[in-house]
Ligand binder design. Structure first.
Ligand SMILES: [Zn+2]
Ligand SMILES: [Zn+2]
Length: 281
């Protein structure tokens, strides 16, 4: 069969679409496996350090938690790939302006910063909405089955939550396209890696940020592992990359800083804390 508009055979078009789909699927799957797998290896290699900085000291995730998290993350990746493909089709039709040409470093930098800040706001508000009585069970309960997060919890979503999470990218690009901005493809690439790396860091289960992080105004606005871990264990803290939305809206955990300080002891007392951790084991 010939497509009258382009003269291409429909079989050829279908082949091209499925090839694009395979590429985005491998990219999304690869990001998850590299980030979650890499974090698991790091936590294993630096086992005593990770143990000393363990956030939920009396709980560990069960085998069934890992199986549920990985299985539902694979489903999320499938949803991500479909939406990414739809975004690329939108680009083909000119609805979405996304430049795959090399862009100046300054352009990449501000495009990256803008999308990260916008995604943080999007995440905070959809996250709060999903915690409402009307939506929680259908959308977000699944993610909270992981009371003790692991790096593999990163994409443990229902299909609805996966759609809500990934819908941000095409919606954001639709808005910037309307504003006449041809978004730098490399900034999106960096943003996608930043998203999964911060995601597995937030679910690592051990505090990864250095001691003093929450006591320095230059760093305190960036959310730590304790920040999101507290969300899983006791509510509060709906933000993701940054602490500012929780502070503006009064939803930060009242003991966030104390909890962080207890988890992220300075290196000088590491030996003592490691000894305590091995006594507990
Ligand atoms: Zn939540
Ligand atoms: Zn989480």
């Amino acid at each position: 069969m010939i497509d009258p508009a382009t003269g291409e055979t429909l079989v050829y078009i279908a082949e091209r679409v499925s090839q694009h789909f395979a590429n985005v699927l491998y990219f999304d799957l690869g990001r998850y496996l590299i980030a979650a797998g890499g974090m698991t290896i790091l936590l294993f290699v630096f086992g005593s350090w990770a143990k000393a900085r363990r956030i939920q000291r009396d709980r560990t995730a069960k085998r069934s938690d890992y199986i549920r998290e990985v299985a539902s993350s694979f489903r999320t990746i499938l949803v991500f790939a479909v939406v990414t493909l739809a975004t690329l089709v939108g680009r083909e039709f000119g609805v979405i302006k996304l430049s795959l040409q090399e862009a100046p470093l300054i352009t990449v930098a501000w495009h990256f910063a803008l999308i990260v800040v916008a995604h943080d706001a999007w995440f905070y508000w959809i996250h709060r909405a999903m915690h409402s009585k009307a939506l929680f069970r259908a959308t977000h309960l699944h993610h909270h089955k992981s009371r003790t997060p692991t790096p593999w919890t990163a994409y443990s979503f229902t299909t609805i939550e996966a759609v809500l999470e990934v819908a941000f990218v095409p919606l954001f690009l639709l808005v910037t396209s309307q504003l006449g901005i041809a978004y730098a493809g490399f900034a999106i690439f960096l943003y996608l890696w930043h998203q999964i790396i911060r995601n597995v860091m937030a679910h690592a289960g051990s505090e990864l940020f250095p001691a003093g992080w929450v006591d320095n105004p230059l760093t305190d606005w960036i959310a730590t592992t304790t920040h999101h871990d507290l969300h899983h264990s006791s509510g509060y803290n709906y933000g993701f990359y940054f602490t500012w939305w929780d502070r503006w809206m009064g939803t930060e955990h009242p003991r966030y800083k104390e909890e962080f300080r207890a988890n992220a002891k300075p290196l000088i007392s590491f030996g003592t804390r490691a000894a305590h951790a091995s006594e507990r084991a």
